[in-house]
Design a protein around this ligand. Sequence first.
Ligand code: MG
Length: 376
Amino acid sequence: MTTAALIVAAGRGTRAGGDVPKQWQIVAGRMVAEHTVARFADHPKVGPIVLVLHPDDMELADRFPSVICVPGGATRDQSVSEGLNALIETPPARVLIHDVARPCISDRIISEVIAALDTSPGAAPALAVTDALWRGENGEVTGTQDREGLYRAQTPQGFRFADIVAAHRAHPGGAADDVEVARAAGLTVAITEGDEQNIKITTPGDFARAENILRGQMDIRTGQGYDVHAFEEGDHVVLCGVKIPHTKKLKGHSDADVGMHALTDAIYGALADGDIGQHFPPSDLQWKGAESDIFLRHAVSRATDRGYAIANVDVTLICERPKIGPHAASMREALAGIMGVDIDRVSVKATTSERLGFTGREEGIASMAVATLIKE
Ligand code: MG
C-alpha cells in the first residue's frame, strides 16, 4: 500500500524574519525544505513525495529532482488541493500532509501516523497541553482555561487518499488544517503521539532551536588511517590514483598506492568496519597488482549503504621524493571522482620528514589520512 507525502511549502510567511521565506533559509547546513523533504524521502514506507511551491519559487524545483513539484494556490487549502491533484492520476492509498516548516519530524511520528491509518480514515500527531492556560488582556490575567482534553496539533496529518480528496472538494475553504477539513466531511481522526522536537519554525528564535535539534540528530564519525610501503626497483609510483615517474617504485601486493590505502582505512575506521587487510586479504591472489580504487570504492559503498555521506577527507603523504605539490590537484580530482564527492571536500598535502627516519632516508613512503562521515 503506497503512502504519499504532500509537503506544503507555498507560504510567504515573514514572521520568522530573514530576506527569503523560512522554508528557503539555511538551518544545519541545508535549506529547511531540504531537511523536511529528506525526512520523508528517507522513510522506507513513504513515496512518492509532492512539494507544493509558491508559483514564484518554481525554479527551486531543480533542487528536488526526485520530488513532484507543483505550484500552489492563494491559500493553504488551495495549495493542498493542488498537491492532491498531482497525485490523482496514480492515486496512493494514503497521503501524509505536512508543513514544510517542521523539518525536525521524526521517523517514529511518520510511522505511527501511517500505522494508525490501518484502523482510522485520518490520523495526526498531537501533544496534550500540560501547562496551565490563562486568558489575558493588556498584560494581565483575566481568567483561566481548563486544559482537560486540549491538544497542540502537529503534522503530518495522514488520511486515506480518496477520503481527503473528497473532503477537500466539499469544503468551502478557510480551514486551519487538514484535520478540520476531514472532520467537516465526517471523517474520524485518531490522535497519535506528537513530539516536542517536531517544532514549527515560526519566529526567528525557532531557527536556533531547529538547528540544535537537527545537529543533535546528526551522526558524525571520524576515522584515521595510516600506511607505509617500501621502495624497490622501478620507474614510477602510484599515489592517490596518480601515476608519477620516479627512480623507484613502491613495493606491495596491489599497486601499493599508500595514500589511497590510508584513506580507505580512514573510512573503514569511521564505520568501525575493520581494515583494508580484512576486506582484501593479501593472501587472496585476486588482489595481486589490483588498482587501489577497488578498495576505496568498497569503503565508500560500505559508508553509503549505511546512510553516511563523506563530509571531508584529508590525506598527508610523507616523503622526500617524488615532489607531491605539482600532482596534488590531480590527486584530489582522482580521489573525489572515485568517492563521488566534490573536490572541495578532498585534501591531499605532503610533508618531508626532514631527512629523518625511513622516509627521510627514502626507503619508503608513509601516509596518514582522516575521514569524516555524516548521517543526517
Ligand atoms: Mg598498503
